[in-house]
Write a protein that binds this ligand. Structure first.
Ligand SMILES: *[C@@H]1O[C@H](CO)[C@@H](O)[C@H](O)[C@H]1NC(C)=O
Ligand SMILES: *[C@@H]1O[C@H](CO)[C@@H](O)[C@H](O)[C@H]1NC(C)=O
Ligand SMILES: *[C@@H]1O[C@H](CO)[C@@H](O)[C@H](O)[C@H]1NC(C)=O
Ligand SMILES: *[C@@H]1O[C@H](CO)[C@@H](O)[C@H](O)[C@H]1NC(C)=O
Ligand SMILES: *[C@@H]1O[C@H](CO)[C@@H](O)[C@H](O)[C@H]1NC(C)=O
Length: 770
């Protein structure tokens, strides 16, 4: 959920903090003496570790979970993964290059698009190009590169198509595609039903609750079947999205619970522009990091410095993981006194196993620092050597077994006492650490976007427009529209369209101002129009528009049937193509309903066949709004009689003449969504949808779902100053039962409007109006 991821979980977090579960994923640092504090932690562990059966830890097919340190969440529509064809190698090579690669991947096709129609979350996996077969291939490609595959699971998705118990469907599909587990979005813990659904199919899979696995009621039994979890190891800031961390690193409760530390948490802070604190927290705990960058289509890329820090910490973690030293240990002493100097911001964990001791240290300070570590007696005996693993060199204890260690500002370090020097690791770390972290750029960038050029249509004669079209005259149009995305920040200072939550927010079910739409520093959510220097949620520009033609009506099923007959069009991939038709034609009575289940390029192709094109988002808005900036085609106040009643399928066109705009354009609001402009950046493609549909499902809080703070389903945009962003991937994925279109046409007696691009003018420069 948000999708949380639904992270959105964070949102969830907002509420759950009050209930005392989401905020308790870590133990706070020692306030009393370290030995008293440690004794308390141990006594907690002793009491609680009896409360679960360690089934998942005993299963040899799940030992991979203990060392799966780096796990990004990724949308299946990310262009590095799919851009006309599947390219897992390209995707993995990029991550390898930038931060040292990954151990598992969480694939996520559902939110942000889910809820536009009644396709359920599993249908989104089926709708990707090639469907489940392609996902089987994709999974195999990941496995070849030693990357495990987890699916997104959204427990709140109970309003769309029902296909039976979630746990059964999930286990069946994961087993069929060779998947390894799933992440339970918005779930603090994952119920036994899911684990058993696997067992019933002779299938063990890794369960990863977004909330980390710490129960709200002190019932830790699910720890026995959830070897993974996400960690929000800080407190939410006022923006409800980013994390504030204690200066002193907290101790992972779920990892601590298992006396041998076999649970792995992926520390998550997806909205942070600076990831160092979370990477340090993961390292301190011998934990993993959720290297999530494509957040609901917005690319929050790790800075070069953070990427390098992740590469180094993951290199050390993977080595220690293979050696079963930072998990499956004999002893873990967080805040080990011999290697901690809080005044310098240096904190350390000590892990011990058989005859080795390993310290993971972090420097929370903004300055390079040094610490003298006093090596405990047993590790000074004959045969032991001490290594500064971070710098890849041997260190010799001075008097009383003290070694001196330098740690870079906001950096990490590792110290090893062993009788078996790890030669390869030393060599590798020597190379990596020869460049100081400070030499890597810590600058955050937003990805620039481009609006896709739309070739001009044939040039129509404006004095005798085709009967099915209306002429929108040339005028200065004050275009103002805002995106409805739940996350990504909302700056009240730029909010002309009252989309941000100003005085608190309302939880899901409310028609507007959901709690996701809260202020957050700039992230570049939504789109970037050609006149804008960066993407943003709110758009405002006085545009010299028109004259231009627009279809009075939505393209209907009857129109589309005629088109198919005339054009001979037949899709290469017909998955969900005209899914609502029967035996190649509309069902009786559906002829005058808007055609749906058409991909974006298919809609463009239709318009082109008739010498037209899809409208720009601002042309659509002008046609709907007229010159006076009204909120709805009929005026400023919502009127249910001007639109189709809430429902499922589209209604026939022209049934609500009250909803007709001042220019005589019909069915603009509330019947079906309508395709307008498409945009792309390096990682995603998306199209702005206008008008909304009758279908508006609500998230569920019924088992196995929990409280939800936002209705994560595709947000409506019924007001004319709003649009929703629908992510594109392939015709199969885009075809939706509530999504149609109408076409526009250019005219002879006027240049294309300034923000329309003529054929060949694909460089997005403004065309001069003459
Ligand atoms: C799966 O992979 C095989 C072999 O690489 C290929 O022939 C097939 O077309 C792929 N199928 C899909 C649906 O991608
Ligand atoms: C269960 O799966 C394992 C491998 O995962 C296989 O060796 C075994 O034969 C399977 N048992 C049954 C009853 O299918
Ligand atoms: C670490 O543990 C795994 C799983 O128990 C085992 O297969 C592996 O041999 C161990 N590695 C070392 C270096 O002990
Ligand atoms: C557009 O907005 C500007 C600034 O708010 C205003 O001065 C101008 O008159 C408006 N133009 C039209 C056509 O409404
Ligand atoms: C299809 O086209 C043919 C000729 O091009 C025409 O005779 C026929 O009526 C058309 N059918 C439909 C359903 O439009």
């Amino acid at each position: 959920m948000a999708r949380a991821s639904l992270g959105l979980l964070l949102l969830f977090l907002g509420r759950s903090l009050g209930r005392g579960c989401w905020d308790s994923e870590t133990f706070a640092t020692p306030k009393q003496s370290h030995s008293e504090w440690l004794a308390e932690l141990k006594s907690w562990r002793e009491g609680h570790s009896k409360r679960y059966q360690a089934d998942a830890y005993k299963d040899p097919t799940l030992t991979w979970t203990r060392t799966s340190y780096v796990q990004p969440q990724i949308h299946l529509y990310d262009r590095f993964l799919f851009d006309g064809s599947w390219t897992p190698e390209r995707y993995l090579d990029d991550l390898e290059h930038r931060y040292g690669g990954i151990d598992s991947v969480l694939i996520w096709p559902t939110y942000t698009n889910i809820g536009i129609d009644d396709r359920n979350q599993f249908d989104y996996f089926r709708a990707v190009p090639g469907g489940l077969k392609a996902l089987t291939n994709l999974t195999a490609s990941f496995h070849k590169r030693k990357v495990k595959v987890l699916w997104a699971y959204n427990p709140w998705d109970q309003a769309t198509r029902d296909e039976g118990r979630h746990w059964d469907v999930l286990a069946t599909l994961l087993k069929a595609t060779g998947g390894d587990g799933f992440n339970g979005d918005t779930m603090t813990t994952i119920p036994l039903e899911f684990w058993e659904a696997g067992a019933n199919r002779n299938f063990t899979f890794a369960l990863e609750p977004e909330g980390g696995g710490v129960p709200c009621d002190d019932d830790f039994s699910s720890a026995g079947w959830t070897p993974l979890g996400w960690g929000y190891f800080g407190q939410k800031r006022a923006d409800r999205m980013t994390m504030k961390y204690d200066y002193e690193p907290g101790v992972d409760k779920m990892k601590w619970l298992d006396p041998r530390g076999r649970h792995l948490t992926h520390v998550c802070d997806r909205w942070s522009k600076s990831r160092a604190a979370a990477i340090q927290l993961a390292f301190f705990n011998g934990d993993g990091y959720e290297s999530w960058e494509n957040i609901w289509g917005l690319y929050n890329q790790l800075t070069d410095r953070d990427a390098e820090l992740l590469r180094r910490s993951a290199t050390l973690l993977r080595w220690a993981g293979q050696r079963n030293l930072s998990h499956d240990f004999d002893e873990w002493v967080p805040h080990a006194p011999e290697a901690t100097d809080a005044s310098k911001g240096i904190f350390a964990s000590r892990f011990e196993k058989a005859k080795e001791a390993l310290w993971f240290l972090v420097n929370k300070g903004k300055e390079d620092a040094e610490i003298k570590v006093r090596i405990p007696e047993p590790y000074l005996a004959e045969g032991f050597e001490i290594f500064d693993l971070y710098h890849g060199k041997k260190v010799s204890p001075e008097t009383e077994g003290v070694v001196e260690l330098g740690i870079e500002a906001s950096g990490i370090s590792a110290l090893l006492a062993t009788q078996e020097p790890p030669r390869a690791l030393l060599e590798r770390m020597r190379k990596l650490s020869s460049t100081r972290l400070a030499e890597f750029s810590d600058l955050w960038h937003v990805l620039p976007q481009k609006m896709d050029p739309r070739p001009s249509s044939k040039i129509f004669d404006s004095s005798s427009p085709p009967p099915e079209m209306v002429l929108l005259p040339r005028m200065e149009f004050n275009f103002s529209s805002s995106g409805t995305e739940f996350e990504g920040g909302c700056d009240p200072a730029e909010d002309d369209n009252e989309i941000c939550c100003r005085d608190g927010c309302v939880e899901h079910g409310a028609p507007s101002c959901q709690c996701g739409l809260v202020q957050l520093e700039y992230f570049g959510v939504d789109v970037q129009f050609p006149w804008e220097d960066r993407p943003g949620r709110n758009h405002r520009k006085a545009l010299d528009l028109g004259p231009v033609l627009l279809d009075r009506d939505l393209v209907t099923n009857a129109d589309y049937l005629r088109y198919l007959n005339a054009s001979g069009y037949s899709p290469v991939d017909n998955f969900n193509f005209l899914k609502h038709w029967q035996t190649g034609r509309p069902k009786p009575g559906d002829e005058q309903k808007p055609v749906v289940n058409i991909g974006f390029e298919e809609a463009e192709r239709y318009c082109r066949f008739y010498g037209k094109r899809l409208p720009h988002s601002y042309e659509w808005q002008l046609a709907a709004q007229g010159p006076d900036g009204r909120k709805y085609p009929w005026g400023d106040h919502w009127d249910p009689s001007a639109v189709p009643p809430p429902g499922h399928d589209p209604e026939s066109i022209r049934k609500h003449e009250k909803g007709t705009s001042v220019f005589g354009v019909h069915d603009l609001i509330g019947n079906v969504w309508q395709y307008t402009d498409s945009f792309r950046d390096e990682h995603t493609r998306a199209v702005l949808l206008r008008g909304s549909s009758r279908y508006n499902p609500q998230v569920s809080e019924a088992f196995p779902s929990l409280h939800q703070s936002v209705n994560w389903y595709f947000p409506p945009a019924r007001e004319l100053n709003k649009h929703s962003k629908y992510f594109l991937m392939s015709e199969s994925y885009e075809r939706a039962g509530t999504l149609g279109f109408r076409c526009a046409g250019d005219v002879a007696n006027g240049a294309p409007a300034p923000y329309h691009y003529r054929n060949g003018e694909e460089n997005h420069k403004e065309v001069q109006f003459v």
